[in-house]
Design a protein around this ligand. Structure first.
Ligand code: ADP
Ligand code: ZN
Ligand code: ZN
Length: 742
């Protein structure tokens, strides 16, 4: 009698209680066609409803008698299957970040949807460069900005992928079809990615590497030849040639028949950067961003699996593109907090990339102008190899940064939100028709309304956050959308001295208009960028000089190059220092440094004014001096003193529930248990900083330990307790080495 074969299957339901493999019998007709990672349909539960499952293991025996087991029903129509590496990665994510196996698998697994055979469209120029010049002149005369933008782009690149024209250049369909009608371009349609290797970079077309660049490329080459695997961190200011180094490393990897994944924060995925990769590597470069539909994403995965994609560029989730023979993972702007997932599993792309690379025998290259303290610490302790690029290759100098002490301004009788120096420089730039950016650092801060007599703050009745005053006179909750009329008298003491506190972007705009009547302003914040293209639209307008001053929150300081911006004002530079957050100093330093880097990208030197009430804070002084190491040394001292990451590891546990007592009790129980295991490093439980969102109460506690595995062990013990509970009214979230405290 042939032996019965059993398969362990994870059912695709994301709940702790069903998060374990179930054993099924492999029917004879499927024997031989199943493998680990295969998706199958199985009968589940009392009603035997068909559910999708993923095979995670096989065995010849089962503890459960065969007559109690069910048979696998059929193969699932999802034809992409995970390979063992991806399952291993999911297991690692589950273990290290705390999530169900099903959830971890979903993260690393492409989602199957109806495949909409995506066609890749490319705009192809039919005219010569001289002929284009004529068209450009006409478009200039007619002030046709969109047509002009596309013509300029075509002059530089004879072929431009349509997706980039749509999403990055912001050219409407009518402009494109007009150019087709006029015979300036045609649109080539490729049904699938082409199989032939179409990139033929000859070494002579490439710029000669600087000494600093060459040293990096050569050392990585040597390591690879020797089979030495490392994680590399390149610390180099913007313009120091990091991207060129990435492309050389990728070139080497492709030569060995391997593939590359390049992670770039979505906000920094600019037209210029994308085109550089296209120009160097041709159409085997694929972009994965949030504008791709699920079908298109699936298509891309399929092509990648078939080996038709050499390079995938995208944000965090591009990490999970299934490459058959991955050679390198590059993470640009490594310090960006968007690399940490905000949903379960709360994985960090950097650590996950290192693990993925290990599974493939590949390596990881990180790059940043302001490396995260986490990564730099690992470089300092020898876990990563550190490289530096100290010179700007673009020739233009770093901007001059001055700090304006707003306390002194107040003493001198200046009550405006602009310091005298900033105001003077703004006047100067407006006169010279140069552009200005005003960056309002309002992380962890809203334009809240408070009473000057009793200190009462108007809060959302559903969430534990203050309401923000909008110019239409309404008070709005940024967490749940609750809106109410502004109050005229303090609800607590009846005082009439209750008013909006400090400035939001709208107030800054109003102030600018008041001081410089007629100046054209654009505002970029969560309100104005809502909608699919909001962000790109505003950037494009500013690039096209449709405004003199761009006012915005953190979004304006990332990624984009504005050649004509020669003044950057950083308003309320210290706001982010008040956030209840151990990374407050690091975030402030990064934001100011990035903001400073936005000024003077063109030929004219830039100036930066950093306005603050804390001119002596080390995050501000080092950012103004553009001294990364100085900052790092002070910051790491503080982290070591306080046992914060990276000096130690930290696990945050958040318990939420609509029943306040229930949530508090569960947090207490879990916290006591954690304290039993790790007596010295448990803090809490306490109400979260935001103690309620949408009428759901939040309690949290923290566990610190030098030993990550200890934290994993505690998480496992807590999960064990949770899996045995009978009531599921509360949710529990684990976050390892969190980006924010709860
Ligand atoms: P980063 O990524 O650090 O901002 P880039 O790689 O984009 O730096 O380089 C900045 C500019 O210098 C780009 O315009 C790039 O084309 C140019 N560049 C980079 N490396 C070289 C080189 N070795 N020789 C000449 N120009 C270079
Ligand atoms: Zn009051
Ligand atoms: Zn609310």
């Amino acid at each position: 009698m042939p032996k019965t074969l059993y398969a362990k299957i994870i059912i695709d339901i994301s709940h702790e209680a069903v998060d374990r493999p179930f054993t099924y019998i492999v029917p004879e007709n499927l024997e031989g066609s199943l493998f680990v990672g295969q998706k199958v349909n199985v009968p589940f539960g009392r009603g035997n409803a068909l559910k999708k499952g993923i095979i995670v293991d096989f065995s010849d025996c089962s503890d459960i008698p065969a007559d109690k087991l069910k048979y696998i029903h059929s193969l699932s129509d999802s034809d992409i299957s995970l390979n063992d590496k991806r399952i291993a990665l999911a297991g690692w994510i589950k273990r290290n970040y705390g999530s169900t196996m099903a959830n971890a698998l979903k993260t690393v697994l492409p989602v199957k949807t109806k495949v909409s055979f995506s066609v890749k469209k490319t705009l192809v120029r039919t005219k010569t460069s001289e002929e284009l010049d004529e068209l450009i002149e006409t478009a200039m005369r007619k002030r046709n900005a969109a047509r002009l933008r596309l013509l300029f782009a075509l002059k530089e690149e004879p072929e431009i992928p349509k997706s980039i024209v749509d999403n990055k250049l912001h050219i409407g369909a009518s402009t494109v079809s007009k150019l087709v009608e006029d015979g300036v371009i045609f649109i080539r349609e490729d049904r699938i990615l082409r199989n032939s290797l179409s990139f033929e970079v000859s070494e002579d077309n490439l710029p000669e590497l600087s000494e600093e660049q060459a040293a990096i490329v050569n050392e990585i080459r040597r390591d690879t030849e020797r089979g030495d695997r490392h994680t590399y961190l390149i610390h180099g200011i913007t313009g120091s040639g990091k991207t060129e180094v990435y492309m050389r490393i990728i070139g080497d990897v492709l030569m060995q028949g391997k593939q590359a994944i390049v992670l770039i924060p979505e906000i920094a995925l600019t037209y210029q950067t994308l085109m550089r990769f296209y120009k160097r590597f041709g159409d085997r470069v694929c972009i994965m961003n949030s504008t791709l539909s699920k079908g298109e994403k699936y298509d891309l995965y399929e092509q990648a699996l078939k080996g038709n994609v050499d390079i995938v560029i995208g944000p965090r989730s591009a990490l999970f593109t299934p490459m058959p023979n991955l050679g390198v993972i590059i993470i640009d702007e490594e310090h960006e907090s968007s690399y940490k997932s905000e949903t379960v599993p709360k994985y960090h792309a950097r650590e996950t990339a290192v693990e993925l690379a290990r599974l493939y025998g590949a390596f990881v290259v990180l790059g940043s102008a302001t490396p995260s303290v986490d990564a730099y610490y690992r470089a300092e302790t020898g876990e990563y190899k550190l490289f530096k690029l100290n010179r700007r290759l673009t020739g233009n100098q770093l901007p001059e940064v001055t700090v304006a002490d707003m306390r002194a301004e107040l003493k001198a009788g200046n009550r405006s939100i602009f310091s005298r120096r900033l105001k003077m420089l703004m006047e100067d730039r407006i006169k010279k028709h140069q552009q200005i950016m005003l960056f309002l650092n309002r992380r962890g801060f809203a334009g809240f309304v408070s009473c000057r007599e009793c200190g009462f703050v108007v809060k959302c009745p559903h969430c534990d956050v203050s309401l923000s005053l909008h110019r239409n006179g309404k008070l709005v909750c940024h967490y749940c959308g609750y809106t109410q009329d502004n109050v005229k008298l303090c609800p607590q003491c009846g005082s009439k001295y209750i008013a909006g506190f400090k400035a939001g972007t709208e107030q800054v705009e109003a102030e600018v208009q008041k001081i410089f009547p007629g100046v054209r302003t654009l505002r970029m914040d969560a309100d104005t960028t809502a909608g699919k293209d909001g962000y790109e639209n505003i950037l494009t307008k500013f690039l096209d000089h449709e405004a003199d001053i761009l006012i915005g929150t953190q979004m304006i300081v990332k990624g984009h190059d504005f050649k004509d911006v020669t003044l950057m004002g950083v308003l309320a530079a210290d706001m982010s220092l008040f956030a209840a957050d151990y990374k407050a100093g690091e975030k402030t330093f990064q934001l100011i440094t990035q903001a400073a880097g936005r000024a003077g990208r063109g030929d004219d030197p830039g100036e930066v004014v950093v306005q603050t009430y804390k001119p002596d804070h080390y995050a501000i002084t080092h950012a103004a001096a553009q001294d990364y190491e100085g900052f790092y040394n002070e910051e790491v001292g503080y982290r070591e003193l306080m046992d914060y990451p990276p000096a130690a590891h930290m696990l945050s546990v958040l318990v939420t529930g609509a029943d306040e007592n229930g949530a508090e009790e569960l947090a207490g129980t879990l916290c006591s248990l954690a304290r039993e295991i790790n007596p010295s490093g448990v803090f809490g439980p306490a109400r979260a900083v935001i103690s309620k969102i949408n009428d759901v109460y939040r309690f949290c506690f923290y566990i610190k330990s030098k030993d990550y595995d200890k934290l994993v062990q505690i998480k496992d013990s807590l999960e064990e307790v949770l899996s045995k509970r009978t009531r599921f009214k509360e949710s529990v979230f684990f976050d390892f080495d969190p980006q924010n405290v709860n």
